[in-house]
Design a protein around this ligand. Structure first.
Ligand code: AMP
Ligand code: MG
Length: 191
């Protein structure tokens, strides 16, 4: 049975960067993970249906539409993951205009059944800086306090995910100028 690792973190914390770094490092050891981006699965569907032109528009779609896309993504991912080691790049919770949407509600967890949930975190002021500097994405303009609240909520809801699946919850800090340390911590989870 392959290992299923779910990697989460607020937008801009650098989860995709840490995942890429860890996969490169592991490839050198002959350990292979299939990287799967949950948001991309949702986006392909949403774009086909003409609902959005940009992945960052999805979190403002109607809540029920987001949940339908989420459910479809989860079953699509379960169908392709099989026995491989997979690393799923997603969100513990998504900040929507009507509140935090769980990234892994019960019907998503049942499909994915992760062994580990990783929370990539850093200080809220660093995340704020990174969002301001990222031209490639439409990042929400929120204050440091609001980012801190989101990270806090992500930890709380990850504990609920652990209750449901028995998965472990690992916090990986991705601090400024210390990407190597974050990659090293992620490698330890994946190895
Ligand atoms: P990302 O590229 O990881 O920032 O994901 C892009 C978008 O996909 C997010 O802003 C969400 O709208 C959506 N998304 C990703 N994962 C989930 C999830 N597990 N549940 C709901 N929406 C998600
Ligand atoms: Mg990303």
């Amino acid at each position: 049975m392959g290992k299923k690792v779910v990697v989460t973190g607020v937008p801009g914390v650098g989860k995709t960067t840490v995942i890429t770094g860890a996969m490169d490092r592991l490839a050198g050891e002959g350990i292979v993970y299939e990287p799967i981006n949950f948001g991309t699965f949702m986006f392909e569907l949403a774009r086909k249906e003409g609902m959005v032109a940009d992945r960052d528009e999805m979190r403002r779609l109607d809540r029920d539409v987001q949940k339908r896309l989420q459910r479809a993504a989860a079953s699509g991912i379960a169908a392709i993951s099989g026995d491989a080691n997979v690393i799923i790049d997603t969100h513990s919770s998504v900040k929507t205009p009507v509140g935090y949407l769980p990234g892994l509600p019960e019907w998503v967890l049942r499909e994915l059944m992760p062994d580990v949930i990783v929370l990539v975190e850093t200080d809220e002021d660093q995340i704020l800086q990174r969002r301001l500097g990222d031209e490639s994405r439409t990042r929400d303009m929120e204050g440091a306090r609001s980012i801190a609240e989101h990270q806090q909520f992500n930890r709380a809801i990850a504990a609920a995910y652990a209750m449901y699946t028995g998965c472990t919850v690992k916090i990986v800090r991705n601090e400024n100028f210390l990407l190597d340390r974050a990659v090293e911590d992620m490698v330890d989870v994946l190895r």
